[in-house]
Design a protein. Sequence first.
Length: 399
Amino acid sequence: MPNSAVSPHKPHWTELPPTWRWVIGSTIQAGDVVLRLSCVALIGASGWVMLDKDTNERFTLRRAIPMVNAAAQGQTFASPIVGKSLQDLVAYQPAFGQSFGPETGNQRRYGPHGGVDFDCRVGGCAGADVASPISGHVSEIRKIGTSANGASYQVHIQGQDWQGAVEHQLVHVDSITVAVGDIVTAGQIVANVSPTDSVSTGPHLDWKIRRNGAWVNPQTWAKEALGQVPKQAPAAPGEPIPDDLLKRAIGRAEGTRDANGNPTRAFFGHRDPGWSGRCQNQGTFSYQHCAPSPEAADASWLGTLRKAEQDIQAQAQAKFGQPLSQAALVAALDGYTQSPDAGKRFVDKLPTVDPTPQQIIQARTAALQASRRAKGGPPMNVPADQQRRVNAVLEQLSR
């Protein structure tokens, strides 16, 4: 018999039944969609996550966030120890073994010390609030264990300053309030000084800075950062005081902002000893009237101060024939924030529109005492507190 085997016939697409064509077409289409989505996911993941192996063979996720130009975004800089200014840290004298390694030759058993240890002599006590010195993002949080008394952590923050990309490392901290990838602003509280590290030197903040792979002296950086803050020209008599200046000056007197104008912990909520209201004080001006946020509290009180500013200058015009100087006006508005009734009496106690600091202190003290008498309150020993507040206000006006 002849060979009956024939070559297999591959049917053409058009020869298949409609049901088969629908099943095969749907399968191909679904597979194409899955392939496309997988490619997109792979490309996206490689764009925002890198896996970086650290020196301790641990893995830390780093999120690659685009950097922004510091000057273009109005970058500000802050002391990492809340309540202390950058100037305080510049003036600090490290103890032996706590200084900047590459400059001093200070060697530790694990190599040069790349930063400065800020201890209790400059506010670096256990539990002290630690803030980000720059705006940027949290690139790493690493647990460290350098003492028998327990472990602590270090927080790395990447951002930009006047020289470009930079990384700040805040070491020997705990009670961390941020996570890797979080965006932070200069002055934002991110942790506290740990009580467990280190046994030999006591609790302290070890502040390190790296730029282009090299260590930078934090005290040198702090000094240069102070030079980046533009000085504001004094407003001419009669001109409104800028919002930013009022916030810095009165916030410094209230303790809600530090010497660089950055919010302290009190900015986010605190109670005055003599206040029995149901709401905490909030914002720059220690606003007591249940605002939904510190920013809303500031906006509300700034509106009140603008009206007080007009009234105070009208008083000065009526008494002296000209408006108050900038220093006298800001001191008057700070006094109004402390006690609105005393603020209304301030101009009556002034001898001139451009008083000396001592004359401002005397006028504020007299106005506050007169207000207490008028309201039937007991006399107060206020000169020392008024001197402190006036000094804080004038410090900001001179920046």
